[in-house]
Design a protein around this ligand. Structure first.
Ligand code: E4P
Length: 217
């Protein structure tokens, strides 16, 4: 499974990228607000740092305006993925921009039918939002599983990008189901390395080592 990091914070991206953990980046208008940066400047910096796809989201709501914004965002770098909302206008823009050879991430997906229609419109990535479904007491993992089944049934090449990931279990379940990509905040990616038995075991080893009185260096 590819790992995208869901943030516009350069330092956090750089730290994970140095460890080889970053296959791409996703941003959205809320993450740009949180960064306090200009969208064009910060997105360019991210694209320079990371080799993989970097999603930058349009904010227009009419297809023609989305297409114009998408073209402008795509000029930032070759690895830009234009992020479009899953609306009828967004699908029109998806068809046009993907037809021009641009990568497109169709976002705010909350149903398998939405994912089906995004694939037919030529989406490179579909972003089902797991956490926001869980927030309203609907199991977001069922959506990932349904999309996986439907895409496999018909051989759609659109990649399932599990989004709105809030917990390490979301990552595990997405991997079990076979999501192609997951995007998560840096703190969730770091938590993947944690286990209380690792901490406890290390504590014991270090206490025993101290009793030996030895040194390695
Ligand atoms: C994905 O591309 C979105 O930016 C993101 O995953 C949304 O997550 P949230 O629901 O935690 O805001």
């Amino acid at each position: 499974m590819k790992f995208f990091v869901d943030t516009a914070e350069i330092d956090a991206i750089a730290e994970l990228n140095d460890l080889g953990m970053v296959d791409g980046v996703t941003t959205n208008p809320s993450l740009i607000l949180k960064s306090g940066r200009d969208i064009l400047e910060v997105t360019k910096e991210i694209c320079d740092l990371v080799d993989g796809p970097v999603s930058a989201e349009v904010v227009a709501t009419k297809a023609d305006d989305m297409i114009a914004e998408g073209r402008k965002l795509a000029e930032i770098a070759d690895n830009i993925t234009v992020k479009l909302p899953l609306t009828w206008d967004g699908l029109k823009a998806c068809k046009v921009l993907s037809g021009e050879g641009k990568m497109v991430n169709v976002t705010l997906c909350f149903s398998a039918n939405q994912a089906l229609i995004a694939a037919k419109a030529g989406a490179t990535f579909i972003s089902p939002f797991i956490g926001r479904l869980d927030d309203i007491n609907i199991d977001g993992m069922d959506l990932i599983a349904d999309i996986r089944t439907i895409y496999d049934n018909y051989g759609f090449e659109t990649q399932i990008l599990a989004a709105s990931i809030r917990t390490v279990n979301h990552v595990l379940e997405s991997a079990r189901i076979g999501a192609d990509v997951m995007t998560a905040p840096p703190e969730v990616i770091k938590k993947l390395a944690m286990h209380p038995l690792t901490d406890k075991g290390l504590e014991t080893f270090l206490a025993d080592w101290a009793k030996t009185g030895q040194k390695i260096l």
